[in-house]
Ligand binder design. Structure first.
Ligand SMILES: Nc1ncnc2c1ncn2[C@@H]1O[C@H](COP(=O)(O)OP(=O)(O)O)[C@@H](O)[C@H]1O
Ligand SMILES: Cc1ncc(COP(=O)(O)O)c(N)n1
Length: 259
């Protein structure tokens, strides 16, 4: 059985974060494990509370897993603050790491800041160079490159700038574009486009979390990055088409679809 580890925040309502990641791993037939960075109280309408965990609690979770179990890939999501990032990076130094897929989560769909301002610099400096792939959405790519993005040409430019920050591959996600849901991958030489039609379904909570976890799961199963992203994009497209309403806000994507 292949394994995958998510290092992310808890979403008690089960759509995004650790809960969405573990559902994605399970749907891929990969044994999922989790290191929780922060506990959020959130639902389909808002994030009402965030408690970042103490760095020692995060380091100890990482050690418990790596001291005992082979980890075939890591997905990283909500990191919340600089102390948490430093703890993870320092603990990582003791282990041989598998490929890392990092979703630089900054703001929830419901509008709450999930990454403090001073943490952005640490992610870029200390984490990006450890990554096989980073998967910013348009807003995150704009913030990280300080450049507005309104089309796929701008996405390519952002990919080039982000690549210089140290990750081996960059995927800029186009879920926030108006007409298409086109994602652009850059490996330092070539661009790969993953172009799907936009699906008209508001139930898209957890899309970014599910996409990055699906990529990690595919990498655990031996896929290269280009194919792992292609398969994950097919997965998320179906999961969004099957997204359903569970509360008064936007509902979650559906991991229980026929494949
Ligand atoms: N309405 C949609 N129809 C089809 N694909 C979508 C839609 N919204 C998002 N996606 C896809 O879902 C994935 C997550 O993208 P995005 O929404 O940009 O990220 P995030 O959840 O981090 O904001 C990407 O592959 C994106 O293209
Ligand atoms: C713990 C956690 N991690 C990530 C997200 C982002 O997901 P979304 O963009 O769907 O709000 C979230 N809302 N909560």
């Amino acid at each position: 059985m292949k394994t995958a580890l998510t290092i992310a925040g808890s979403d008690c309502s089960g759509g995004a974060g650790i809960q969405g990641d573990l559902k994605t791993f399970a749907a891929h037939g990969v044994y999922g494990m989790s290191v929780i960075t922060a506990v959020t109280a959130q639902n389909t309408t808002k994030v009402s509370h965030i408690q970042g965990l103490e760095p020692i609690t995060i380091s100890k979770q990482i050690e418990a897993i790596f001291d005992d179990i082979k980890v075939d890939s890591i997905k990283i999501g909500m990191l919340f603050n600089k102390r948490i990032i430093t703890a993870i990076v320092n603990t990582f130094k003791h282990y041989q790491l598998p490929k890392i897929v990092l979703d630089p989560v900054m703001i929830s769909t419901t509008g709450r800041i999930l990454l403090k301002g001073d943490a952005i610099e640490s992610i870029v400096k200390d984490m990006f160079p450890l990554c096989n792939l980073i998967t910013p959405n348009i807003l995150e790519a704009e913030r990280l490159t300080d450049t507005p993005i309104s089309n796929t040409y701008d996405m390519e430019t952002a990919c080039r700038k982000l690549y210089e920050l140290g990750s081996k591959n960059v995927l800029v996600k186009g879920g926030h574009l108006r007409d298409t849901a086109c994602d652009v991958l850059f490996d330092g030489n070539d661009f790969t486009y993953y172009n799907h039609k936009r699906i008209d379904n508001p139930n898209t909570r957890g899309t970014g979390c599910a996409l990055s976890s699906a990529i990690a799961a595919n990498i655990s199963k031996g896929q290269n990055t280009v194919d792992a992203v292609r398969m994950a994009k097919d997965y998320i497209t179906k999961a969004i088409a099957g997204g359903f309403s569970i509360g008064s806000g936007d509902g979650p994507v559906n991991h229980f679809i026929e494949r």
